[in-house]
Design a protein around this ligand. Structure first.
Ligand code: HEC
Ligand SMILES: [Cu+2]
Length: 347
């Protein structure tokens, strides 16, 4: 045997071990209830319906796997050639067997199809609890999310707030290309298609109060991977407080840097793309900045919302997020600091 010949099986074993370790590493996230994008610990009624279906199909698959593999192993062992040169009987055709392996899978498929189709229909119907839903319009943009609450007069970006225990009815659309709205803890993905409105609903659990991650789930261009979002499930009282704060026009800038930044903002290109309610800034190309200071992150969840990061973003948006649609003449370092001071004051 050559050296290369003895190396190959070891290489294969090693590759398999590495692959297994990587996949198992994924499981630690999957099995971790606090993993931010886990799909198997749902935090809403709709998420639970999908999870129940997944559980049912998983266990049925386990039964099929064990049955088929068990039968195969039994056959291989029971009918193996025991001695060199022993004649092994050959069989051609077995009507009973062939009917069985056609009928049994049909029954299995039927058992999967009935709950699957009924869950799809439930998802498509109006929500079961329609009292006082929170209506949200989700608009995908390359590469950020706009959230509008038509009944509440709130417009925000990248950070969605919903009250626990109240059904949210969500209308998903897009301003440009096809995106997909996905908050794994709340349920399945819904495509955001220009000129079309796709609907979904879910009721966040009381136990889901807190922060959850979501992201675009349909490849939409260069910065698709950085088209992220946060869902904050609030208690009823915190949600109402948040709504009151977001409805208000932008807080008047106090003295100092924030006020200078406000004046600078009104004279800059910023107002052609951004809205700040109660000011001349009425652009709609970029996120509404009326209360940008109250968000935890900027640039669709890419970086934390700190004065330093804001100033860095304003000076070099293309360096932070290559290809994004915020294109503007170079801003000086001192101006960027003033802009950041102003935007941070917009709470
Ligand atoms: C050509 C349009 C355009 C101009 C001009 C523009 N922006 Fe933007 N801005 C955008 C877009 C689009 C985004 C979203 C980028 C992304 O996340 O992909 C954005 C994002 C931002 C964000 C992050 C908001 C968030 O919630 O994620 C801030 C802050 C911001 N811009 C400030 C400014 C300031 C300050 C100016 C002026 C100096 C300015 N922008 C000029 C289009 C523009
Ligand atoms: Cu995308």
């Amino acid at each position: 045997m050559t050296r290369a010949g003895s190396l190959r099986p070891r290489l294969i074993t090693l590759s398999c071990a590495i692959l297994f370790a990587i996949s198992a590493g994924g499981c630690t996230q999957l099995a971790n209830p606090s993993a931010p994008q886990s799909t198997v610990f749902p935090g809403s009624d709709w998420g639970r319906m999908i999870q129940d279906l997944y559980g049912l199909i998983f266990w049925m698959a386990v039964v099929v796997f064990v049955g088929v593999e068990g039968f195969l192993l039994y056959t291989v062992i029971r009918f193996r050639r025991r001695r060199e040169g022993e004649a092994v009987s050959q069989t051609h055709g077995n009507t009973l067997l062939e009917v069985a392996w056609t009928v049994v899978p049909s029954i299995v498929l039927l058992m999967i199809a009935v709950p699957t189709i009924s869950t799809i229909f439930i998802g498509d119907m109006p929500p079961p609890v329609t009292t006082n839903p929170v209506r949200v319009t989700v608009i995908g943009h390359q590469w950020w999310w706009e959230f509008r609450y038509p009944d509440l007069g709130v417009v925000t970006a990248n950070e969605l707030h919903l009250p626990a225990g109240r059904t949210a009815t969500i209308e998903v659309t897009s301003a440009d290309v096809i995106h997909s709205f996905w908050v794994p803890k709340m349920g399945g993905k819904v495509d955001a298609i220009p000129t079309r409105i796709n609907t979904m609903w879910f009721t966040p659990d009381a136990a889901a109060v807190g922060e959850h991650f979501g992201q675009c789930a349909e490849f939409c261009g260069l910065q698709h991977a950085n088209m992220r979002m946060r869902l904050f499930v609030d208690t009823a009282a915190n949600f109402d407080a948040w709504v009151q704060q977001q409805r208000a026009p932008a807080s008047a800038a106090a003295a100092g840097d924030a006020q200078q930044g406000a004046e600078l903002f009104q004279r800059s290109a910023c107002i052609t793309c951004h809205t700040i309610k109660g000011t001349n800034a009425q652009g709609t190309i970029g996120p509404d900045l009326t209360h940008v200071g109250s968000r935890t992150t900027i640039a669709a969840g890419m970086i934390d919302n700190t004065p330093e990061n804001l100033a860095h973003w304003i000076r070099d948006p293309q360096g932070v997020k290559v290809g994004n649609k915020m294109v503007l003449p170079q801003v000086s370092e001192s101006d960027a600091r003033l802009f950041a001071a102003y935007l941070q004051s917009l709470r």
